[in-house]
Design a protein around this ligand. Structure first.
Ligand code: GDP
Ligand code: MG
Length: 139
């Protein structure tokens, strides 16, 4: 079943010039790019995007981090792309993310309390629909 997912190259990835590397891995896996746009988040947009995390101890540092520079917003399409991209991304903590994954290969902890892990990927079809609507309302 073909589906779509929302991927973000977070400000750390854009600053470190890894946007192309992330796009390369998405395409090399065989997924199709549907939309790619450099955007600046806002506090309001992030409160929607990270609704499940509002109020958690790491929410404020996470928002500061996500506002610290542009993000590359991407919609990718393919068979089971939601799970597939999460697998390409690796686990949340980049220190222990598996080598071979984007986070495992390219990210590490620089300055807590922010976990800088290069990418975001939707975690379910419901999240993907919701997040694509937030970042690309015209799609
Ligand atoms: N400092 C800190 N940041 C976190 C923590 N958990 C999550 N984050 C950050 O918040 C983002 C969203 O968290 P989550 O949805 O759980 O992880 P993801 O789906 O793997 O990105 C993560 O990618 C991290 O950047 C935490 O325990 N501490
Ligand atoms: Mg998540």
């Amino acid at each position: 079943m073909t589906e779509r997912t929302l991927i973000l190259v977070k400000p750390d990835g854009v600053k470190r010039a890894l946007s192309g590397e992330v796009l390369r891995r998405i395409e090399a896996k065989g997924y199709t790019l549907v939309a790619v746009e450099l955007k600046h988040a806002t506090p309001e947009l992030l409160a929607e995007h990270y609704a499940e995390h509002v109020g958690k101890p790491f929410y404020a540092p996470l928002v500061d981090f996500m506002l610290s520079g542009p993000v590359l917003a991407v919609v990718a399409e393919g068979e089971r792309v939601i799970e597939g991209f999460r697998s390409l991304a690796g686990t949340t903590d980049p220190t222990t993310a598996a080598p071979g994954t984007i986070r495992g290969d390219l990210a590490r902890t620089w300055d807590l309390p922010v976990i800088q892990n290069i990418v975001h990927g939707s975690d379910s079809p419901e999240s993907a629909d919701r997040e694509i609507g937030i970042w690309f309302p015209a799609l």
